[in-house]
Design a protein. Sequence first.
Length: 129
Amino acid sequence: MSESAVMADRLLKQDEIEMLRRALLEWGGPARCSDQLAVGMGFAGWEDLLGRCGELRRALEEGVPLPPADWARVLLATEIVFISDLAGSGLEWSTTTGLEDESTLQTLRSIQRKLADTVGSFHGRTPDA
């Protein structure tokens, strides 16, 4: 399991990085969550989630290495925003992102496999905010 920061292009293909970036953008649009859910994803609260999602999107775009805790935040925020209709984009995902559910799910499964070693220490626990 990796404990050091890793650049996105060392782990993922470009289309996978772009899907993650698009998912993080959803938190500033149709997706809404409580402070408690944001804390559960490893952020200090809803406002921190919004700010950090912008920072994480830029880091993914610019190839800035991310520590495992940030990879865990990116992955969990993506999983929730894609699937949850209560807190995330849910049923509106394909409308708001232009990405079909089926292809998103395949891409997400690929990302989960590729990040397994990097985020493995966070299974069952929240990355510290």
